[in-house]
Design a binder for this molecule. Structure first.
Ligand code: ATP
Ligand code: MG
Length: 409
């Protein structure tokens, strides 16, 4: 297996060589070995070693003890941060997420504490050797995701693993082993003990990726979706439509707000607001989600509505997402795409400079015209701006004339 590649790999190899030179065992571990064997590009390269954290600190100039309790040290080499973790075995799990303590141990113990067989492999770059204590290679070859050891126990220890199982199986196109599936179905309600932030991190990755349709059907099939947050508990008969909307999204990564809107646009704007709060979405994603759900109904008429209304939609940073959502929704409802094509071609005919032009009229202009401050100032500015967007007025003089007429009326 060739591991000489990007800077992260090189840094990990440098670290492994230094640790081995210091008399230690050091191996690539976990997701990166899985991905290299699948000929996929790993996200990061983790090193596992028998050197204790303090020793790792002594061997390298730039280190940060991030998870001292878990024996994890970040080593910086050639501008790259690499996670170096001491072989360990986990103590009891009481909070459904983390072990109370860990004990440093052997490579085999370290493999056994990992979540899935395909994530439990090591690779020794110097001997060009895969070390497999858990049957991970056979499962990689067969395309099967399976817990290491008893699935009920492993999901009982750390409930987040249920979401990791779906995320990885969907991403890799793997099947989840039947016993592993059965345990997930049984323990799904435990997801409610996991923090909203961690749930959203996993869900976000699942639904933004091109494999989102598979991930969502697995979440539904394993009955996990009802426990993502209170907002998902109701099965109100939209399942088939949601699934076909997801399938209609383009075959590439999409933005988080669009992915969530595709799941939730059968429901109200209020639902979107409470979902955003429950999942602790960032302001940006929350704002776009609510806007997408509020704006979708207007798209039905966007080929024929007032020009100003179309331009106001187009001026939003999530306009591209709104078009995707509209298209996916038409497909899911088995409606003709002519309505979508009409909006796209109308939008394309609008010159970029006329979508959100600077207003011809300002509040100062109205004050100079003798208007007292107050709510009417805002409504007149808005009416004049709409007229500008409708291309009924094109210069300041016309804007002031229109304002004067509105003040009088
Ligand atoms: P990704 O490609 O998404 O990073 P990954 O498998 O590399 O997937 P990481 O979160 O980077 O996932 O974790 C690295 C490794 O640590 C995993 O491959 C697995 O061996 C182990 N691991 C991660 N999370 C858990 C967990 N919750 N329980 C047990 N082992 C875990
Ligand atoms: Mg990883």
């Amino acid at each position: 297996m060739n591991v000489a590649g990007d800077a992260g790999e090189q840094a990990a190899r440098t670290i492994i060589d230094r640790l081995c030179g210091g008399g230690h065992v050091a191996l690539l571990a976990g997701g990166c070995v899985r991905d290299m064997l699948l000929k996929r590009t790993p996200k990061d390269h983790d090193v596992a070693t028998d050197a204790l954290p303090q020793r790792v600190g002594e061997l390298f100039a730039r280190t940060r003890q991030v998870g001292a309790k878990f024996g994890v040290v970040i080593v910086r080499v050639s501008g790259q941060d690499v996670e170096v973790a001491t072989f360990r075995t986990d103590g009891v799990y009481l909070d459904g997420r983390h072990p109370e303590d860990v004990t440093f141990g052997t490579a085999e113990q370290d493999a056994l504490r990992r979540d899935f067989t395909i994530n439990g492999l090591f690779y020794d770059p110097n001997g060009d050797r895969v070390i497999d204590y858990v049957g991970g290679r056979a499962d990689l070859d067969a395309g099967v995701l399976r817990t290491i050891g008893d699935p009920d126990r492993r999901f009982g220890e750390d409930h987040l693993r249920m979401l990791r199982a779906v995320r990885l199986a969907a991403r890799l196109g793997f099947a989840i082993d039947p016993a592993t599936q059965k345990a997930i179905k049984r323990l799904a309600p435990n997801l409610t003990h996991i923090s909203a932030e961690r749930i959203w991190m996993e869900l976000d990755e699942m639904i933004c990726a091109p494999t989102r349709a598979k991930a969502w059907s697995m979440l539904v099939g394993l009955e996990l979706q009802a426990y993502l947050s209170d907002q998902w508990a109701l099965d109100d008969g939209f399942a088939a439509r949601i699934q076909s909307r997801i399938a209609a999204l383009p075959d590439r990564p999409v933005d988080s707000a669009l992915a969530l809107a595709v799941l939730r646009c059968d429901r109200s704007t209020n639902d979107a607001t409470s979902l955003a709060r429950a999942l602790r979405l960032s302001n940006r994603v929350a704002g776009e989600l609510v806007w997408l759900i509020r704006s979708l109904p207007a798209m039905t008429n966007a080929g024929a509505c007032e020009l100003a209304d179309l331009k106001l939609l187009m001026a939003n940073s999530a306009w591209g997402s709104l078009l995707e959502l509209f298209r996916a929704d038409l497909i899911a409802r088995k409606l003709p795409l002519a309505g979508f094509d009409e909006v796209v071609s109308r939008a394309e005919r609008i010159p970029a400079g006329l979508i959100a032009p600077p207003p011809l009229l300002s509040g100062n202009d109205l004050a100079e015209m003798g208007m007292q401050p107050g709510p009417r100032v805002g409504s007149i500015l808005e009416a004049v701006y709409r007229s500008q967007l409708n291309e009924e007025i094109t210069n300041e003089q016309q804007a002031k004339a229109l304002a004067a007429k509105l003040i009088r009326s």
